[in-house]
Design a protein around this ligand. Structure first.
Ligand code: HEM
Ligand SMILES: *[C@@H]1O[C@H](CO)[C@@H](O)[C@H](O)[C@H]1NC(C)=O
Ligand SMILES: *[C@@H]1O[C@H](CO)[C@@H](O)[C@H](O)[C@H]1NC(C)=O
Ligand SMILES: *[C@@H]1O[C@H](CO)[C@@H](O)[C@H](O)[C@H]1NC(C)=O
Ligand SMILES: *[C@@H]1O[C@H](CO)[C@@H](O)[C@H](O)[C@H]1NC(C)=O
Length: 342
């Protein structure tokens, strides 16, 4: 297989050397090259929400899961290949992340009018903003100009994405590694104002918190009864429950719920019950929705500023890297076949 290795290596070299360093992100990046990009994405998000209201939550979650793993580079969107285990089947994503097809639809809409101009990474950022705004939350100007990654890593996702069992203290530390403050952590967790979670993510807290054989004591008894009925021991882990009492409206109900010990995930309730530093911010946002909204916007912009330092491209299809566009290497599968049979 030395020839195979040589080909693979030169392919890597070729793609690497054609790519520039980290991009300078800025608002209106596509105002001349694709002026309709932002409005096209917003229309697709609106249509998807009419088809299925929950898709707003599912789409905005993609920004978090993309940006935390090697920066906002659409690595999350790459399908697995025979040579690469991507992020879609990582622990936090498998049977959980959804609405990838909404991003595909937005990409197709944009490709129709300006092919190979707008990155998938930027579409994720625009789509998250639009999903929040169209759910009754704040809107904001997004910085654009990201490139799409050439690889993805299941391992990297498993290393970094937090578990629903995490407590506030460990989440403060994790976010700190990304230069995100305690306020950023609490505000960004407020994204759980919309959407659903699975029984799989809460059963341990209902029946065996920290291996104690007991439920998490920080649960309102009526709420606990409700969750026990939704998620009985040995039940279907894929059954879903609402993350707050108003799961289709982006508002500060999530924080009111936490104050009343009606948080769904352990990582949610712990922000109020588990650490004095986060508790203070939760209490604040529970009565100050405007304060929550402005902190949320700040957090989303910072999350969007996490950049990859790796080479990138503008993918044509968000699920696969572009094929090398030159003769011999046009079709990767043919290359492998040719090398195998030589
Ligand atoms: C702070 C640490 C976080 C943890 C531990 C966490 C964990 C989770 C878990 C376990 C679920 C339910 C998944 C399932 O059961 O299938 C969920 C849902 C969700 N998360 Fe987070 N999350 C965190 C932060 C964030 C952030 C920062 C955002 C966005 C900015 C976000 C957006 C969402 C949304 C919108 C949903 C609902 C998705 C849907 O209905 O499809 N989360 N999260
Ligand atoms: C929080 O979680 C970490 C990591 O799982 C653990 O080491 C720590 O003891 C927990 N802290 C509290 C206050 O429960
Ligand atoms: C956090 O900020 C420091 C200092 O500005 C910087 O060197 C580091 O790269 C940042 N970390 C991340 C993950 O952005
Ligand atoms: C509870 O968790 C502990 C530690 O993770 C485990 O050893 C024990 O078997 C669990 N109990 C039940 C009933 O699942
Ligand atoms: C949820 O459904 C998927 C696919 O149908 C299945 O593979 C998985 O085991 C289920 N997960 C749980 C926790 O029950």
């Amino acid at each position: 297989m030395p020839q195979f290795r040589f080909l693979f290596f030169s392919l890597l070299l070729l793609t690497h050397t054609t790519m520039a360093a980290m991009a300078q992100l800025k608002p209106g990046f596509y105002s001349r090259t694709c002026p309709d990009a932002e409005s096209l994405v917003r229309e697709v998000i609106l249509r998807s929400m009419i088809r299925e209201p929950r898709s707003a939550a599912s789409v905005m979650r993609l920004q978090f899961h993309d940006c935390l793993v090697n920066g906002c580079d659409a690595s999350l969107l790459l399908d697995d290949t025979p040579n690469m285990l991507g992020e879609k089947l990582a622990l936090s994503n498998i049977n959980s992340l959804r609405s990838y097809e909404v991003i595909d639809e937005a990409k197709e809409a944009v490709e129709r009018v300006c092919p190979e101009v707008v990155s998938c990474a930027d579409i994720v950022i625009m789509a998250a903003r639009d999903a929040v705004a169209l759910s009754g939350g704040p809107s904001w100007e997004v910085k654009l100009g990201r490139k799409d990654s050439l690889t993805a890593s299941q391992e990297d996702s498993n290393q970094v994405m937090p578990s629903p069992r995490a407590n506030a203290t460990s989440l403060i530390d994790l976010f700190h590694n990304f230069n995100l403050t305690v306020t950023d952590l609490v505000a960004l967790s407020g994204s759980h104002s919309i959407g659903k979670g699975r029984c799989f993510s809460v059963v341990y807290r209902l029946y065996n918190q920290s291996g104690s054989g007991q439920p998490d004591p920080n649960m309102d008894p009526n709420y606990q009864n409700k969750l026990d009925r939704l998620c009985p021991i040995g039940g279907d882990g894929n059954v879903t429950g609402d993350l707050d009492a108003t799961p289709h409206v982006f508002d500060n109900q999530y924080f009111k719920d936490l104050v009343n010990q009606r948080g769904f995930l352990n990582s949610d309730q712990s922000l109020y019950s588990g650490d004095a530093r986060t508790r203070e911010v939760v209490r604040h946002f529970s009565w100050d929705q405007d304060g929550f909204f402005s902190a949320f916007v700040e957090g989303m912009v910072k999350l969007g500023d996490l950049q990859s330092d790796r080479p990138g491209e503008i993918r044509r299809n968000c699920r696969v890297v572009n094929k090398p566009a030159f003769g011999l290497l046009k079709d990767w599968r043919n290359v492998i076949k040719r090398v195998r049979s030589s």
